[in-house]
Design a protein around this ligand. Structure first.
Ligand code: K1U
Ligand code: ZN
Length: 173
């Protein structure tokens, strides 16, 4: 397993739509393993392939909060939202591509998602709580959308400027 570097906003790859995965191959299995390792190491509760520079529709997540509970690493290939609740939920979101910046985002409280698993089978499940927020945040990444795109332009611009500064500092170090 390999830790892959996480792209930091602004980066044109984080603004592009990703391509569907035509079949589960060894490359996809390796990508998924690397993404899970990268997510746990960060640490984060989710990660989308474009965040590691791969423009394919693959996300991973594990939103188990209880440190005593067993982990639940999930890999979702070609995920699609098939139903979203009318009820909304506000969550203070973060993003591994926008380090140390958090903001409240309103999204459907529950979503039903269909995806292709690494076992080659189609799966469908209803998510709520942090799982629902996270899966929507990760699917947004596959469509080139970031959580800051839900914010007012001034706030978004402020965060983008901070990230530009962070990238300049990291490039000098
Ligand atoms: O996609 C990403 O950038 C990962 C992101 C997912 C996410 C977080 C919160 C709400 C929606 C989506 C993160 O994992 S940010 C880090 C984070 O939330 C976290 C880190 C350590 C422990 C618990 C949470
Ligand atoms: Zn993110």
């Amino acid at each position: 397993m390999t830790l892959r570097p996480i792209l930091i906003h602004p980066d044109p790859r984080l603004k592009k739509e990703c391509a569907p995965v035509p079949a589960i191959t060894d490359d996809i299995r390796i990508l998924a393993e690397d993404m899970l390792e990268t997510m746990y190491d960060a640490p984060g509760v989710g990660l989308a392939a474009p965040q590691v520079g791969v423009m394919s529709r693959v996300i991973v997540m594990d939103c188990v909060k209880d440190p005593e509970a067993p982990p639940r690493p999930m890999v979702l290939v070609n995920p699609e939202i098939t139903w979203a609740s009318e009820a909304l939920n506000v969550y203070e979101e973060g993003c591994l591509s926008i380090p140390e910046q958090y903001a409240e985002v309103e999204r459907p409280a529950q979503v039903r998602v269909r995806w292709l698993g690494l076992d080659g089978e189609v799966h469908e499940e209803t998510f709520d709580g942090l799982w629902a927020t996270c899966v929507q945040h990760e699917i947004d990444h596959l469509n080139g959308k970031l959580f800051i795109d839900y914010l007012k332009p001034l706030k978004r611009q402020m965060i983008t400027r901070k990230m530009e500064k962070l990238k300049r500092e990291r490039a000098r170090a």
